[in-house]
Design a protein around this ligand. Structure first.
Ligand code: ITT
Length: 198
């Protein structure tokens, strides 16, 4: 990082998160706050390559954004993986949410009794010189039969984390932070970041 034109922000405890999803940003902020790390939202469009690997998608977009903005940036790619659907929608979750939505996914599941699923979040932190580091987090759970709750975003109204009895959308922020794939991934990043810098 030395000698790079990575000017803003100057505070080494500040990270730029390239995302257009305010919910993702708020969840990341809450996870990093206890570590004294500030996160800023860089709401810039990014290239999302077609891949089944969330890590690969996040890394490509972060490399591109780091060069474009000439600063170290963070990108997160996430998705919902449903066992009975062989991992679908996985890395296509944002498209599936925008097209058939929660109702469409519930219809695909029908009366299926095996309702295990997990959320995964993969993070890539990349410097303008191309050095990178990746972290990921996963939360296992089940899909409910009906949509329940109004908090959160995306597939939150149908995901019940293992060990709980309500959906992410019913539980709210504190409940989500206790279990979520995103909180896990961002806490890993924080633990690494407070010890090292790329
Ligand atoms: P950016 O790419 O701008 O960061 P995005 O929402 O498009 O925002 P992704 O490409 O990573 O983000 O898509 C992830 C999709 O997976 C998201 O749109 C949701 O439908 C779903 N998803 C991921 N994490 C989720 C969560 O915590 N709760 C509910 N749905 C989630």
């Amino acid at each position: 990082m030395h000698g790079e034109a990575d000017t803003s922000p100057s505070d080494k405890r500040t990270l730029w998160f390239v995302t257009q999803n305010h919910h993702k940003y708020q969840e990341a902020r809450r996870a990093l706050d206890p570590f004294g790390i500030t996160i800023l939202m860089l709401s810039s469009p990014k290239t999302e390559i077609q891949s089944t690997s969330l890590g690969e998608i996040a890394r490509f977009a972060a490399e591109e954004a780091a060069k474009k903005h000439n600063r170290t940036v963070l990108v997160e790619d996430s998705g919902l993986f449903v066992k009975a659907l062989n991992g679908f929608p996985g890395s296509f979750s944002s498209y599936v949410y925008a097209t058939i939505g929660v109702g469409g996914l519930l219809r695909l599941m029908g009366r299926q009794t095996r309702r295990e699923a997990y959320f995964q979040a993969s993070l890539a932190l990349v410097s303008p010189r191309g050095s990178s580091v990746e972290f990921s987090g996963k939360v296992h759970g089940t899909l409910s039969h009906k949509s329940a709750g109004v908090q959160g975003f995306g597939f939150d109204p149908i995901f019940v984390p293992r060990g709980a009895r309500k959906t992410f959308a019913q539980g709210g922020a504190e409940f989500k932070d206790k279990y979520s794939h995103r909180a896990i991934a961002f806490r890993k990043l924080a633990l690494w970041y407070i010890g090292t810098k790329i």
